[in-house]
Design a protein around this ligand. Structure first.
Ligand code: HEC
Ligand code: HEC
Ligand code: HEC
Ligand code: HEC
Length: 499
């Protein structure tokens, strides 16, 4: 039971009632097999992570080893921020740090006592397990956030009768079958992209929240993220699947966030956080001619909608077709309509820019969600049946070159949107990792390095990385930059991982 909760004014909590752990179970919607396992989970009884802690269960005491999942996840105060650790167990604690406290003040500037972040339901939805009581919430993003609430399976999940159940059956008991990549990644996206009741909007970002820019394979390779599992050895098939599923699942979540924004008549519209940051936030006066790439379709200050999540949708659909041969590729026509709607500024013959109509956006988001869900559900089933086609190194080579080629042509950037380039860069890196992390493919290393260095953010005078605008976007500067492949201080790091 919650005693002290506060909801922030003006922040979306559309649709869902705020989690009420004491609802009788009968009123909770049952998980259907034709539902995404990792999204829209009903609230359950959130048992504390410590209930998984027995040495014979998950508290084996050897970080990174099977049987030591809790030991690996649990906060270890002796590790430094750059040492491998699991950030999820400190997710609640960061709600007390200076950034969070300042954020609370900036979000409610008129209040003498703004809502403390650790009592703010909005923060708690992503920084702990949604619906957990305050004591359990204090554990941060615990086991239940990713594996599901365990009241129906805690006492049986190690028995042969449970292990022989199918994934749809397990999911009915609120277990999230995380070996299924659709289940896993669409669940990560509920926090790392957002969802209908979770929005890191421009207000939060301007108040200090890091921008959420999720790309599953890059998170998966984050060298400081100490995982408590080992991924399969067939990197070619596994990593390329992870990339394409990550693309579609993240895009789906971004569209769900947009739908909630469009539904909410009190929220800012159109929401800035859905547009390319650097269309508005630019380095002033660096003398670079803008819009001089091969893409001159968008004048300066004309932000693209969710470029981060849409830029590689077409190549992802092509990859999808090659990897899941029995599944029709995701349909992208409605997505095209949605982008048009979100990016159009004037009607024909009209000079004054106009915000997109919320009603039109709502209509189209329904279709887009249904298109993406169709594909995700089919692939979720294919993942359950393990019916993926093996991926050859020739295919990876082709995909990597295609991705790099859509961003760079003859050494020139095809588009000056940072998100567009970063999305292609990360896709190319994913294929590179899928190929075992070696430069086996002629014609790769170069475009990859070029893209990587162009995405660098400038350093401060002390050489510290800082949040600003990307340093060099002009094609003229491209060739003068010292490449530093593999170490991108803007948060993208291609080193580490399993190489
Ligand atoms: C949609 C989910 C979501 C919501 C809502 C949300 N956060 Fe976060 N927050 C995240 C994620 C995910 C990260 C990690 C971002 C990353 O590194 O990519 C994060 C990171 C942070 C960080 C930086 C942590 C660090 O280690 O540096 C702070 C501070 C923070 N959030 C505070 C808040 C506060 C305060 C609120 C409520 C006002 C809030 N968050 C709401 C998902 C969310
Ligand atoms: C951020 C999400 C997340 C959190 C939090 C999390 N897990 Fe996991 N866990 C995963 C993923 C993803 C996998 C890999 C897929 C799989 O093996 O099911 C996994 C795998 C596992 C496995 C199987 C490991 C293997 O070798 O096959 C166990 C057991 C497990 N987790 C237990 C736990 C326990 C106990 C906790 C809490 C202390 C926890 N997890 C917290 C995401 C998470
Ligand atoms: C319940 C919400 C939630 C879920 C589900 C979740 N995360 Fe997180 N994740 C967070 C928050 C909040 C943070 C920030 C923690 C901090 O910095 O203190 C975070 C941090 C991270 C970081 C570190 C990011 C950085 O920039 O350093 C990685 C990597 C990560 N998560 C990966 C994953 C993956 C992979 C999954 C799915 C298997 C996942 N997360 C599922 C909430 C979540
Ligand atoms: C349509 C233009 C526009 C877009 C797109 C936009 N912003 Fe902003 N941003 C602004 C304006 C105007 C302000 C100043 C007013 C305010 O704080 O809201 C601002 C303020 C900020 C601030 C606070 C700066 C400070 O010094 O206090 C941050 C941080 C920020 N934006 C980050 C982002 C990020 C990250 C994105 C992309 C996800 C983004 N913005 C997208 C226009 C935009």
């Amino acid at each position: 039971m919650r005693t002290a909760v506060c909801l922030m004014l003006g922040i979306v909590v559309a649709g869902w009632a705020v989690g009420s752990p004491d609802l009788p179970p009968a009123t909770l919607p049952a998980l259907q097999p034709n539902k995404l396992y990792g999204v829209g989970l009903p609230h359950g009884d959130v048992t504390p992570a410590t209930s998984c802690a027995a040495a014979s269960c998950h508290g084996g005491g050897q970080t990174g080893r099977p049987g030591s999942e809790l030991t690996t996840w649990a906060p270890d105060l002796s590790v430094g921020p750059n040492d491998p650790h699991d950030p999820h167990s400190r997710a609640y604690r960061v709600l007390f740090n200076q950034v969070s406290v300042r954020m609370a003040r900036l979000l409610e500037p008129d209040k003498e006592k703004p809502c403390p972040p650790h009592l703010n339901q909005l923060c708690l939805k992503c920084h702990s397990v949604d619906g957990a009581n305050p004591q359990v919430a204090a554990e941060g993003v615990g086991c239940a956030a990713c594996h599901g609430t365990s009241e129906e399976w805690l006492t049986i999940h190690y028995q042969p009768s449970w292990k022989s159940k199918s994934n749809p059956e397990k999911a009915k008991s609120k277990f999230i079958p995380t070996k299924n990549l659709v289940a896993r990644v669409s669940n990560c996206a509920t926090c790392h992209v957002g969802g209908k009741d979770r929005d890191v909007n421009h207000d939060l970002i301007a108040a200090g929240h890091p921008r959420l820019a999720f790309e599953y394979t890059r998170f998966h390779y984050q060298p400081t993220y100490q995982k408590h599992w080992k991924d399969p050895d067939d990197t070619a098939t596994y990593e390329s699947r992870a990339w394409v599923i990550g693309q579609v699942a993240s895009l789906r979540a971004a569209v769900e966030v947009l739908q909630a924004r469009a539904k909410n008549s009190n929220a800012p519209w159109p929401e800035f956080a859905g547009y390319s940051c650097y269309a508005c936030h630019q380095t002033v006066g660096n003398g670079e001619p803008r819009g001089s790439g091969t893409d001159t379709s968008k004048p300066l200050g004309w932000p693209g909608w969710e470029v981060w999540y849409t830029a590689t949708a077409v190549p992802a659909a092509l990859v999808a077709q090659k990897i899941f041969r029995d599944v029709p590729p995701p349909q992208l026509d409605h997505l095209k309509d949605l982008r048009y709607l979100m990016e159009r500024r004037t009607e024909p013959g009209q000079a004054v820019p106009k915000a997109p109509s919320q009603t039109d956006v709502l209509n189209v988001t329904e279709h887009v969600l249904s298109d993406l869900d169709r594909w995700l559900l089919d692939v979720q089933q294919a993942e359950d049946k393990r019916s993926t086609s093996p991926v050859s190194s020739e295919l990876l080579g082709q995909l990597g070159r295609d991705l790099a080629g859509s961003a760079l042509h003859d050494g020139k950037l095809r588009n000056h949107d940072w998100d567009f380039l970063a999305a292609h860069y990360l896709g190319t890196v994913a294929m590179y990792h899928a190929g075992g992390g070696t430069a086996k493919y002629p014609g790769w290393q170069d475009p990859l390095q070029k893209l990587g260095c162009d995405l660098h953010f400038p350093r401060s005078c002390e050489g510290e990385p800082r949040f600003n605008s990307p340093g060099a976007f002009g094609t003229t500067k491209l060739n003068k930059i010292q490449y530093n492949f593999g170490r991108l201080k803007s948060g993208f790091d291609t080193s580490g991982g399993s190489q």
